[in-house]
Design a binder for this molecule. Structure first.
Ligand code: SAH
Length: 198
């Protein structure tokens, strides 16, 4: 069901569609939200946080041009669903969460589902995770005013980074960045609504 909606909304990367068609999103959402797990919308996961809308997960993943030989970093584990999608498409994934209860729940779900290549780390994602750098892809799942310098630094040459940038309290857009000769270039993807990077 999700896959048909994603395709209709312009997601064309067959690997992303295959992974999202097969991953049980209901495992990543709390009991009361499960009846809605396959609707194309964000859902509450507690602690004032949400699991992103499937379309946004798909679009961010597709923009990163998944590479089965590369490593990815995610900031904002939340439910762990986006990390699971990345885990199927990259060699190794480090995902950082600042709220311990969310990080622990996501780690438990990922381990129960057998994601041995996804590592959940508790801490401030704005610092990245230098031990795993350089990354082929960095996904920031919370909105800030600019790309944290540590994340830009840990992105490898030719690497891709997606992040929602805020221009005002009600105004965010998803941007795709890429590194050429050590410098970031970027382009606008589409308007979004994410929780703040804190
Ligand atoms: N990717 C998630 C959705 C993320 S919601 C999913 O698939 O479900 C954004 C998450 O970012 C929240 O869980 C929030 O606690 C976390 N967050 C916000 N600021 C952060 C920071 N500085 N470091 C790490 N995590 C952060």
């Amino acid at each position: 069901m999700v896959v048909e909606q994603l395709r209709a909304n312009g997601i064309s990367d067959e690997r992303v569609l295959a992974v999202m068609g097969e991953l049980p999103r209901e495992e990543f959402v709390p009991e009361p939200a499960r009846p809605y797990a396959y609707e194309d919308r964000a859902l509450s996961i507690g602690h004032g946080q949400t699991i992103s809308q499937p379309f946004v997960v798909a679009a961010m993943t597709q923009a990163l041009e998944p590479d089965a030989e590369g490593d990815a970093l995610e900031v904002g584990t939340g439910s762990g669903y986006q990390a699971a999608v990345l885990g199927r498409l990259f060699r190794h994934v480090v995902t950082i969460e600042r709220e311990p209860a969310l990080g622990e729940r996501a780690a438990a779900v990922l381990s129960r589902l057998g994601f041995a290549n996804v590592e959940v780390v508790l801490g401030d994602g704005r610092e990245g995770w230098p031990e795993g750098a350089p990354y082929e892809a960095v996904l920031v799942a919370a909105a800030g005013t600019s790309v944290p310098p540590a994340l830009a630094g840990q992105l490898g040459e030719d690497g891709r980074l997606v992040m929602p940038l805020e221009y005002g309290p009600e105004d965010q857009e998803l941007r795709l960045f890429w590194k050429r000769e050590g410098k970031l270039e970027s382009r606008l993807l589409f308007p979004v609504r994410f929780v703040p990077l804190v």
